[in-house]
Design a protein around this ligand. Structure first.
Ligand SMILES: Nc1ncnc2c1ncn2[C@@H]1O[C@H](COP(=O)(O)OP(=O)(O)OP(=O)(O)O)[C@@H](O)[C@H]1O
Ligand SMILES: [Mg+2]
Length: 363
């Protein structure tokens, strides 16, 4: 869902939205690593994938079908392209929503060349009848083309050349079991650590010809929500600021000033996130408070608060959803520069670690 800032209901997306903005495709393509060796972070996925690809090359056979799952902006599309590049095979790109009928898929599959990589983005959004056709194609490299209607209909099996399916999804849970089972390898993408994001930023700064110093990179990485797409987007905004208001060099001070101007704080919260946190802490004493009450307090729809602001606040360890309502954690109070009153019951009280847990990579 696109985030919208408060005073711009007409639709400017938030700088820290994980989804790509409409006009972002071109620049993203330019910044995409082309080979596995350039791909930063996700070390386990990278190692596993490189093994799968090397083994396939050794056997001179297409590798098993691959499923890439994880939140937006972490590099699924990038990896799919890398798979084709590493195999030296052509890449065909399509997406679940583009396949509304089994016939769409049959046409696509039968036009593949041997060893081609088929990237099916948002695979969880494919039409059900097409899904069934896909299982068979993945397993037996065959599609059954139905000719005729009603009682006289017959299925004519059509051989298709061996190919590799690379599926991507932000919602692996929505995939039917039989489809998930037909992938030989599933890569779960995790959020990136600040150090990994710094590497992403250094690489992008090089490509964009932006002088970025070490502390400047760290400053941007800390505000990027564990997401390379957001890191790259913030870098572009900071570059503008550095060029117009400073001498072009992105230092920590320049980055902090630019991102403050754009309403992205040190933990990567934007204005809506902070409004929610602020209302929860200052108006409701840290909660518990019901979602709809909280939404009214910030002048937003409940869905906006629940689906746009809360997921990151929860992930950052700032807000907890409890059966009695929303509760601010100790980290939330300290993020706002406050101390929870004694006996307030803020979650996490008494812990010395009042820092938001931004990058919990545990499964
Ligand atoms: N590991 C990485 N190293 C360097 N850059 C990366 C990495 N992962 C992602 N990026 C950058 O982040 C941007 C977004 O990545 P990508 O489009 O692959 O994400 P995605 O997972 O496909 O997102 P979505 O779910 O929205 O389709 C790309 O422009 C790419 O340059
Ligand atoms: Mg993608």
């Amino acid at each position: 869902m696109a985030r919208q800032s408060h005073d711009d209901p007409a639709g400017a997306e938030s700088l820290v939205a994980a989804e790509a903005a409409v006009d972002e495709q071109e620049i993203e393509a330019a910044l995409r690593p082309k080979r596995l060796g350039e791909f930063v972070g996700q070390q386990r996925v990278r190692e596993q994938l490189s093994l799968v690809l090397d083994a396939a090359k050794l056997r001179n056979r297409p590798p098993d079908h691959l499923l890439l799952s994880g939140p937006p902006g972490l590099g699924k599309t990038t990896l799919a392209m890398i798979v084709a590049a590493e195999l030296g095979m052509p890449l065909r790109v399509t997406s679940g929503p583009a396949i509304q009928h089994a016939g769409d898929l049959a046409a696509l599959l039968s036009s593949l060349s041997e060893g081609e990589v088929l990237f099916l983005d948002e695979i969880h959004r494919m039409a059900r009848p097409a899904e069934e056709m896909l299982y068979i194609a993945m397993e037996d490299f065959r599609v059954d083309v139905v000719v005729g209607k009603g009682a006289g209909a017959t299925a004519i099996p059509l051989e298709i050349p061996p190919f590799t399916l690379v599926g991507a999804t932000t919602r692996a849970g929505l995939l039917p079991g039989p489809l998930r089972d037909r992938f030989g390898f599933t890569a779960h993408m995790d959020f990136y650590s600040p150090a990994e994001l710094e590497q992403v930023l250094r690489r992008s700064a090089g490509l964009l010809d932006v002088p970025l110093d070490r502390d400047g990179g760290a400053e941007i990485a800390g505000r990027s929500r564990g997401t390379p797409r957001i890191a790259n987007r913030l870098l572009r905004r900071v570059r503008d600021y550095a060029q117009v208001r400073a001498d072009g060099v992105v230092t920590a001070d320049v980055a902090a000033a630019a991102l403050t101007l754009y309403d992205v704080d040190e933990a990567g919260l934007d204005r809506l996130d902070r409004a929610v946190l602020d209302a929860l802490v200052r108006r409701f004493g840290g909660g518990p408070v019901g979602l709809s009450t909280l939404a009214v307090a910030v002048g937003e729809e409940t869905e906006t608060v629940e689906e746009v602001a809360e997921p990151f606040l929860v992930r950052a360890g700032l807000l907890a959803r409890t059966p009695r309502g929303r509760v601010a954690t100790t980290a939330a109070w300290s993020h706002l520069g406050l101390v929870p009153p004694p006996g307030n019951g803020a979650l996490g009280s008494g812990s010395s670690a009042a820092q938001p847990v931004l990058f919990d990579n545990s499964p």
